[in-house]
Design a binder for this molecule. Structure first.
Ligand code: HEM
Length: 396
């Protein structure tokens, strides 16, 4: 029988890990009703990994099908690969898959290095910066803008849109955030329709031109799918990578022993970013719905049940990770679930790892005496994402 666990959102947002540990120790698949969402809360590593890889647990648009409101938002989300299941998921992912391989992305390495350096040169004399607004956000947004072929000067518009849309898929969402999301998606549709029209007349080397060509080449990709793919990539490329870079800086500055290990041994950069991904994952949770009755490690999940998979909790499961609550940049192996698993495994994993490694390396090579300028950071009011409001640091 379940013990009952209570939770307040502010405590959770500040530090979700004690809550994860508590419900995992009761049941790694816990039947609960947190944030007013009844369902199975998955915090065990083995269970999370099995569910993410099992296509009987399907991805779905987070707004109930029966709701007549927010139609625009629902229609656009419905056509995103993230919320599709095979065979449409396989088809949609295939259009962009090749652009996100290690080989294809290597060409962006010098561009990312240059952007990181230019951003740090801008703040060099002031000896301090807000990591999010002056470093991680401009870096991640310039990279995705280049890849997609979105005008760089529109990056603030995209930041605003990304912040709004993230709220519509989080368990903390309110009616107002859905209304705002519904309007935002209309603005994004108009924006991308114009851009798509331009690229179909004058194609370039970017991803939007490639997708436009695919769309025109038979019935492979509909106009609505093309719009949804652009919107998904621009949001995913902005939000999560900004947080990966900022959370990595935060993890290092709040764990000085590990930080000095990295300064002394820069070749630890890859395992450092993997540990930052595990320890403060920018994506904490993803949701599924059971398409049939499933029996999983003695838990009977019924068709139609909602399942909330907390990767942030699985990443701290002591059955999988020794000293799971300790930040250790030499951890090896480190099979965290921060990029998900199975068919929806993050398309941008290689790109965002590359961006984070370059960002941290460039920061360390160009500053000394890095320190946090606050001892009270604020986390954004989200449950599925781990995102700082601001991250002020200073350096010599
Ligand atoms: C350039 C940056 C990124 C891009 C373009 C990107 C893009 C995507 C896309 C298109 C998907 C859907 C894949 C599918 O359904 O087949 C996805 C899934 C996912 N991404 Fe990313 N992503 C980026 C960065 C990140 C980062 C930094 C994280 C977290 C640390 C992350 C975590 C995830 C997770 C957990 C999923 C799976 C969600 C699920 O299974 O429900 N992404 N990403």
């Amino acid at each position: 029988m379940n013990q009952s666990v209570t939770l307040t959102t502010p405590d959770f947002v500040k530090n979700p890990y004690p809550f994860y540990d508590e419900i995992r120790s009761i049941q790694p698949i816990y039947k609960g009703n947190f944030f007013k969402y009844p369902g199975w809360y998955v915090t065990g590593y083995e269970e999370a990994s099995l569910i993410l890889k099992d296509i009987r647990f399907q991805n779905r648009v987070p707004i109930p099908e029966t709701t007549k409101k927010y139609e625009n938002l629902k229609n656009v989300q419905n056509k995103m690969m993230l919320y599709q299941n095979p065979p449409d998921h396989t088809r949609l992912r295939a259009f962009v898959r090749e652009r996100f391989t290690f080989r294809a992305l290597e060409q962006y390495r010098p561009i990312i290095e240059e952007i990181a350096l230019v951003l740090l040169q801008k703040v060099k004399d002031q000896k301090k910066m807000n990591v999010i607004s002056e470093f991680s956000f401009p870096l991640a947004s310039l990279v995705i803008a280049k890849m997609l072929g979105v005008p760089e000067e529109d990056k603030d518009l995209f930041r605003e849109w990304a912040l709004t849309l993230i709220k519509t898929i989080d368990l903390t969402r309110s009616r107002q955030s859905l209304v705002k999301g519904n309007d935002t998606i209309m603005a994004m549709r108009t924006y991308f329709k114009e851009l798509i029209a331009k690229r179909s007349q004058h194609p370039k080397e970017d991803m939007i031109s490639l997708l436009v060509a695919e769309g025109q080449n038979g019935d492979k990709l509909t106009e609505e799918e093309l719009l949804s793919t652009c919107i998904l990539l621009v949001i995913a490329g902005h939000e999560t990578t900004v947080n990966l870079i900022s959370n990595s800086v935060y993890c290092l500055l709040t764990n000085p022993t590990e930080f000095h290990k990295l300064i002394e041994n820069p070749s630890l950069i890859e395992s450092t970013i993997e540990e930052c991904l595990r320890y403060e994952s920018s994506t904490q949770m993803t949701a599924r719905i059971a398409s049939e009755n499933v029996s999983l490690n003695q838990t009977e999940i019924k068709k139609g049940d909602h399942v909330y998979v907390f990767m942030g909790a699985a990443n701290r499961d002591p059955k999988q990770f020794a000293n799971a609550n300790v930040f250790d940049i030499t951890r090896n192996p480190n099979p965290h679930l921060s990029f998900g698993a199975g068919i929806h495994f993050c398309l941008g994993a290689i790109l965002s790892r590359m961006e984070a490694q370059i960002a941290i390396q460039t920061l360390l090579q160009n500053t000394v005496n890095l320190r946090l300028d606050t001892d009270d950071v604020q986390w954004r009011n989200l449950t599925g994402f781990r995102a700082l409001e601001e991250l002020p640091i200073s350096f010599s």
